[in-house]
Ligand binder design. Structure first.
Ligand SMILES: Nc1ncnc2c1ncn2[C@@H]1O[C@H](COP(=O)(O)OP(=O)(O)OP(=O)(O)O)[C@@H](O)[C@H]1O
Ligand SMILES: [Mg+2]
Length: 507
């Protein structure tokens, strides 16, 4: 491309078939410009397309061979030569010709005979325009390059920003998840603290209890699922807490769910959480116990009461560590260690179709069986000693003597409510004692008599009669102060469950 530099002399190509005209024009231009000449159209095109093309062409129209119009058309058709300004210099003075010449792309049209100063002025002007056009084009190209470079930089920067944004969003989501979990755990712990918290003081020297403690030590440090079997009040929760307290997860909470105390329709949401609006009354999102217990231990108390339809969902969490919140299809993965407890005979429940067999196998990997208190009477003196001191201290009393006859009564009693019942009996005894000697309140003496009279009956029959007796004694008051559940040392819902199992109804 023939770029014109202002510092050097421009080259003008004069095209004319008349030698006189060529001579005349050369003479006119040579002082200010380098001049090239061509006496026909073909030569003109050749020079224009050469290595050193002219900066401007003065073109005659009427020539043998290619005429000026044709030459101009070809110059403008070729990208290599289209930017060379063409000025027609011709004897054809009709307006039509001038119009045609300008339409073909010429920058000017001068008719002969020429006025030399006019030709020089027009040549100069058109060369100046060409310089400006070249520099504009040059600048444009530079700008386009600059724009595409900047665009590429912007695209890169935008991509980086997007990546950064995604990373920040992911980090934020993780922070929110952890915050929710912490809030859930904190709310849960506050509730927990309100309950009288059982410390890990497991009292007893019997071989039966030592065996339980041996198994606790064996399994605590692993992530294995544990199933604790035992009658009501035997210390299942205490043992669950001991396992958690000795495990690697001990710095997190032992999160508890009692499957017997929650209404069936709420258990699913309590265990797995729910999304806002997933059922009537679910006004806000709720984090389930499985999510709260992620990385910690979940204690599923009274697992035998879990409705059949939830047993499959529980099995999936146990096997895959996966579940969905109620009202959500998003799968959540958790790492939860499960300790379950039951006072039911789950094998029998499996046989009756009340409990899924596959879940039973999955839970019963490492069973721990806590024997009833009546089978480890040698623990009774230690427990009595421990609880009397503890209760007396709390009530501001001093009990120094536990008469042998009292201890014998306590050891002979059947303890259907196990250690919780013992605690309650002792609480009433401490309240009942005015001096330093422990004196039992009436309830136990009656039931001791009663139990000994019914020694030949089955355990279930004895339990049934005993519960009925306490219910009658309390006028069938199941919960609250001085109620049957308080005397029996049972949770209100556990008592109700026992009543329905044993077919006990208020007459
Ligand atoms: N070996 C023990 N030493 C001291 N206290 C005990 C012992 N075993 C149980 N207890 C106490 O007896 C009470 C009942 O124990 P826990 O709640 O663990 O029993 P549970 O088997 O979970 O009862 P439930 O069937 O009613 O749920 C608690 O106050 C607990 O501290
Ligand atoms: Mg319990």
């Amino acid at each position: 491309m023939n770029q014109l530099d202002c510092s050097e002399r421009a080259t003008i190509l004069v095209v004319d078939d008349t030698p006189e005209n060529l001579a005349l024009m050369s003479g006119l231009l040579k002082d200010d410009y380098k001049v090239k000449i061509a006496n026909n159209g073909e030569k003109a095109l050749k020079i224009a397309a050469s290595e050193t093309p002219p900066n401007l062409i003065l073109l005659d129209i009427m020539m043998p061979g290619l005429n000026g119009f044709e030459v101009c058309r070809q110059l403008k058709d070729d990208p290599e030569t289209r930017d060379i300004p063409v000025i027609f210099l011709t004897a054809k003075s009709e307006i039509e010709d001038e119009k045609k010449g300008l339409e073909l792309g010429a920058v000017d049209y001068i008719t002969k005979p020429i006025s030399p100063p006019l030709v020089m002025a027009r040549v100069r002007n058109n060369l100046a325009l060409k310089v400006m056009a070249d520099s504009l084009r040059h600048h444009n190209t530079f700008l386009e390059l600059e724009v595409s470079k900047r665009t590429a930089e912007l695209v890169l920067a935008k991509e980086e920003a997007e990546k950064g944004k995604h990373r920040a969003e992911a980090a934020l989501a993780e922070i929110l998840r952890l915050k929710e979990q912490l809030e859930g755990e904190r709310a849960y712990l506050q509730e927990e603290i309100k309950l009288e918290n059982n410390h890990e003081n497991i009292i007893g020297q019997s071989d039966a209890l030592k065996h339980v403690l041996h198994k606790v030590g064996q399994i605590a440090n692993s992530n294995t699922t544990v199933l604790i079997h035992g009658g009501t009040g035997t210390g299942k929760e205490l043992v669950a807490r001991a396992i958690h307290g000795l495990s690697l997860r001990k710095n997190r909470a032992l999160v508890k769910v009692n499957c017997a105390t929650l209404p069936a329709n709420l258990i699913e949401s309590e265990l797995f959480g729910h999304e806002k609006g997933s059922f009537t009354g679910s006004l806000a999102k709720h984090l389930g116990r499985f999510e709260i217990a992620d990385g910690a231990t979940l204690f599923l108390d009274e697992i035998g009461e879990l409705p059949l339809e939830l047993q499959a969902k529980l099995l999936r969490v146990l096997q895959e560590g996966e579940f969905e919140r109620v009202g959500s299809s998003h799968t959540i993965k958790v790492d939860v260690r499960i300790i379950a407890a039951t006072n039911r005979n789950l094998e029998e429940d499996v046989r009756n179709g009340r409990f899924r067999e596959d879940l039973w196998y999955r839970l019963n990997i490492f069973p721990i069986i806590i024997p009833p208190l009546r089978d480890r009477t040698e623990d009774i003196p230690l427990l009595v000693d421990f609880y009397v001191k503890k209760i007396a201290k709390r009530l501001g009393k001093t009990i120094e003597i536990i008469p042998e006859v009292v201890m014998t009564d306590l050891q002979n009693y059947n303890w259907p409510g196990n250690i919780r019942e013992l605690e309650n009996v002792l609480e009433r005894a401490v309240i009942n004692s005015s001096g330093p000697k422990l004196r039992l309140a009436d309830g136990l003496a009656q039931s001791v008599k009663h139990i000994s009279a019914t020694a030949s009956k089955t355990m279930e029959a004895v339990e049934r009669e005993y519960i009925i007796q306490v219910l009658e004694q309390t006028n069938w008051k199941v919960s609250g102060k001085d109620s049957a559940s308080e005397i029996l040392g049972l949770d209100r819902s556990t008592l109700r469950a026992r009543m329905s199992k044993l077919n006990i109804e208020k007459p």
